[in-house]
Write a protein of this length. Structure first.
Length: 281
């Protein structure tokens, strides 16, 4: 396991950008935040540092934790598809959506009804092919217009997310080949739920979102700290000056991180690692 050998200084004239994945990282398995982690993040923010959540979740599913931590800066949603600051009206949101026509062409080609389920969303509307309670655990259908039925008939705009749920993995490769035929689109299957596949832009991820925040707040790469646990965190873990893979994270992520956290997401992994980093304790 990679160990933290030295603490770093926290100079008064240099702020840090501390970026935290949500599920499996900032959040425990029961979707809470460890108390010492919450307290220490609030302290680091009070010292002038920027603490930002970066998640595949939509805004509505990030804001409860953003508010719980008392954050006052930006957050990253949809794995970098949206960067916004709810507290700063001068911050123009950065957006990258999946084109409606691409989704419709895909659904015609592979036949919409051949999937177990489909989900698509933007900030205002959530679309399901079929009503499934288990989907609600993934997609947080609160404070949003929810639609059930044919996406081909109901969708009329570009969206931040498009996710398929297959019956099995037999079509994964042919689906990947089709999506990859577009110049800036791919599909990734979730490592812990491989029947789910998520469309994404090659040119957009948590790392590109972090770059936009570094530029806006004039923070150099050496003062960017990132925490993650899953393969969709790889780009930001590789890019951050100091990076942590959670102890409970994927082996793939641990291979490219600077450090592995001292404990997992259920046992103050972020707090213990940040305190060791800044204070040597």
């Amino acid at each position: 396991m990679k160990t933290q050998d030295n603490k770093i200084a926290m100079p008064s004239n240099q702020k840090f950008l501390i970026v935290l994945d949500c599920d499996g990282t900032l959040l425990t398995d029961d979707k809470s935040i460890c108390p010492l982690t919450a307290k220490y993040l609030k302290y680091l923010q009070s010292q002038g540092n920027i603490v930002a959540i970066a998640s595949g979740r939509p805004s509505r599913a990030i804001l409860p934790y953003y508010n719980k931590l008392g954050l006052n800066g930006p957050f990253i949603a949809y794995n970098g598809g949206l960067v916004k600051d709810p507290k700063d009206p001068s911050f123009i949101p950065i957006e990258k959506k999946i084109p409606l026509q691409v989704i419709k062409d895909f659904l015609v080609h592979f036949k919409e009804e051949s999937f177990f389920n489909l989900m698509s969303e933007d900030e205002d509307d959530l679309y399901y092919l079929r009503e499934e309670d288990c989907f609600d655990d993934f997609f947080h259908p609160r404070d949003i217009n929810k639609h059930t039925g044919s996406l081909l008939k109901q969708m009329h705009k570009d969206v931040f997310a498009f996710i398929i749920q297959c019956y099995d993995q037999s079509r994964h490769q042919v689906i990947s080949n089709y999506v990859n035929s577009y110049p800036d689109l791919g599909i990734r299957y979730w490592y812990d739920s491989p029947l789910f596949g998520e469309f994404y832009h090659y040119s957009v991820n948590k790392s590109t979102a972090i770059e936009s925040l570094e530029e806006r707040y004039q923070i150099d790469r050496a003062h960017t700290i990132a925490f993650g646990d899953a393969p969709n965190d790889i780009e930001m873990i590789k890019k951050a000056g100091i990076s942590f893979a959670m102890k409970n994270g994927s082996d793939q992520l641990k291979e490219v991180s600077t450090y592995v956290t001292l404990e997992d997401n259920n046992h103050e992994g972020i707090y213990l690692s940040l305190r060791k980093l800044f204070e040597g304790k």
